[in-house]
Structure formats: structure tokens, C-alpha cells
Design a protein around this ligand. Sequence first.
Ligand SMILES: [Zn+2]
Ligand SMILES: [Zn+2]
Length: 126
Amino acid sequence: MSRHPVTIHTSHETFICICCGRTVAPPEYGTHNRNHCPHCLGSRHVDLRPGDRRSGCRAAMDAIGVYVQPSGEWSVIHRCRSCGTLKLNRIGPDDCERALLALAARPLTRLPFPLEVLTAGEPHHG
Ligand SMILES: [Zn+2]
Ligand SMILES: [Zn+2]
């Protein structure tokens, strides 16, 4: 079994998204790492630490939610389909706003309780 030379890939390269199959071009502006697909927000489990590409897992990571930092900055929560690892990744400047909104709104469309409980206690006027 031959050993592959260790190469450090930067995110400044075009790749095919493992989740949606679309081609993802390097960021047009901004210098931070592209660590997820701007179309479907999917990612791939390649990092042990952000940007190091040293994970041997390589499985697809689904965007499962949005985390808003106290500063107001949004991050996407990714979960690995294979090993279940959770990761937080800052959103990119060209991430699909529609996909981000759909992700953020998902819990609101799947409430674990009836919506009536929110209005049941409110006083009725008129
Ligand atoms: Zn994608
Ligand atoms: Zn994994």
C-alpha cells in the first residue's frame, strides 16, 4: 500500500460539492476559508481543526441549523453523516440567502408543540 504524500489543500480551489453535486468556485472576495457549499450549505468532513484537511472521515456533512453569535454573526451547524461530528462554520459572503433562511426557519415550520399554546394565554380584545 503506497503512502500518499501529504498535501495541504487550501480552500482557494474549485471543487464539486459532495452534497448537491454543484461546482463550487473559489470565493470571489474575502480571504477566509471556504468550508461549505454556498448553494446547499453542505460541507464535507475533512478538517480536524478548521482548515487543516486532516480528517480521514471525508463523509458529507449536512447543514442542520443556524447559530447566531452574540455579535450577530451567523454560523451554520454541520453534522457529519458518517460519524456524527458537529461543527460550526461561519457563513460566507456568497452563501445562498434562501438556503440560509430555509435552514433558520426549519424549526419554526416543525414546531414540537401546537402553535395555539403561544396565543392561548393572551387576553382577547373586543
Ligand atoms: Zn452543495
Ligand atoms: Zn465524519
